[in-house]
Design a binder for this molecule. Structure first.
Ligand code: AKG
Ligand code: FE2
Length: 352
């Protein structure tokens, strides 16, 4: 795959002195995005203290009693309701993942995602500060991709502007409970293999956390794309690197670049012997275009559909692979369903 032999993680791109180094940064980002589809950014400008505090408030959130989290709006992929608490994904041996989805204030109901202030003091304000620090990171990355692809520099910036009431970019925190003391079936994942629907995703992983792996496009071989069954030949680690944000290209940018930039499969697998077995957190800032945007490149490699339509189809797939129903989630795990860009195109082709 694209990650050079002997290098154990996707490339690191330095964002410092952005204005002076824009051309060099663009070349590095384009190289990473056309190969592994994943890269790290350092000197990104998000204060470490803010990242630490955001992890801390979220860890208190996930300790709340179930009656509290159950009283919040519930994420339901099948119904495309993507705000509030995301019910656990579980297999017979135990819970593998739980989530929390937050939106910008642009959307009137955004505040309903949060529990009462006294239950997790500082949660809402810290989260708002944290989300507020994201555009400075993704604006620069998306400007470079626009330039690298031959679009006007502000093309993706305009589509991803959260001040637009049609932009529903979402901040998702994943909580993976500790795994020690449980014998998991081989190949159980903490998050099932998938691609992200985004332009780009900014992912913050908890210190020391392992298990995030990616498969570059050529390694993800479609076995039966109608059924969404894929066989991935090899997975490559994407470990936590202090001071770095993991960034990955999502399906929307793959579509808008006519497949030049790769939205690659990734998963979080259970720890291998010797890896940490404690709880793991990741904070994913999902940079979306507006629902009305048609995510299609000049070559028209993918169907000319709006992001809203794309999400309709993709949410159904997520409803299956991330189902809160034990039987459904286990079935997706057992069949090793990998939800990627091709199944979505197939789904759209079949539906239209
Ligand atoms: O937890 C991680 O490291 C990855 C999470 C992820 O892929 C996602 O939330 O889409
Ligand atoms: Fe993901």
């Amino acid at each position: 795959m694209a990650i050079d032999a002997g290098i154990e993680h996707p490339p690191i791109v330095d964002l410092s002195n952005y204005e002076e180094r824009k051309e060099e940064i663009t070349a590095q980002l384009m190289h990473a995005a056309t190969t592994s589809g994943f890269f790290y950014v350092k000197n990104h400008g998000v204060p470490q203290d803010l990242i630490d505090r955001e992890f801390e408030v979220n860890s208190r959130y996930f300790k709340l009693p179930e009656e509290v989290t159950a009283s919040l709006p519930q994420v339901n992929w099948a119904k495309h309701e993507l705000l509030g608490h995301e019910p656990c994904n579980k297999v017979s041996e135990g819970v593998v993942r739980e989530g929390h989805f937050k939106w910008w204030d642009t959307h009137k109901v955004a505040d309903s995602a949060y529990p009462e202030e006294k239950l997790v003091p500082g949660f809402k304000q810290t989260t708002k500060d944290f989300m507020g620090a994201m555009p400075n990171v993704y604006d620069r990355i998306l400007s470079c991709f626009a330039l690298g692809l031959g679009y006007p520099e502000g093309f993706f910036k305009e589509a991803s502007d959260v001040r637009d009431s049609d932009n529903y970019s979402v901040f998702v925190v994943n909580y993976y409970p500790k795994t020690e003391g449980i014998t998991w079936k081989p190949d159980t994942n903490r998050i099932t293999p998938h691609t992200d629907e985004t332009l780009v995703t900014l992912l913050f992983t908890s210190p020391g956390s392992a298990g995030l792996e990616l498969a570059a496009g050529k390694d993800g071989k479609a076995v039966d794309s109608q059924q969404g069954h894929y066989q991935v030949e090899s997975w490559h680690p994407c470990p936590h690197i202090p001071g770095c944000i993991v960034v990955n290209v999502g399906d929307s940018l793959q579509a808008w670049s006519d497949g030049v930039l790769k939205s690659n499969y990734h998963r979080v697998r259970m720890p291998k012997p010797g890896e940490p077995t404690g709880e793991r957190y990741s904070m994913g800032y999902f940079v979306w275009p507006r629902y009305k945007d048609i995510i299609q490149g000049p070559q028209k490699k993918y169907p000319g559909i709006t992001f809203a339509r794309f999400m309709d189809v993709k949410s159904k797939g997520f409803g299956y692979t991330l189902s809160p129903e034990l039987e459904v989630f286990e079935d997706a795990q057992n069949r090793n369903v990998v939800l990627g860009m091709p199944i979505v195109s197939d789904g759209i082709a079949a539906a239209s």
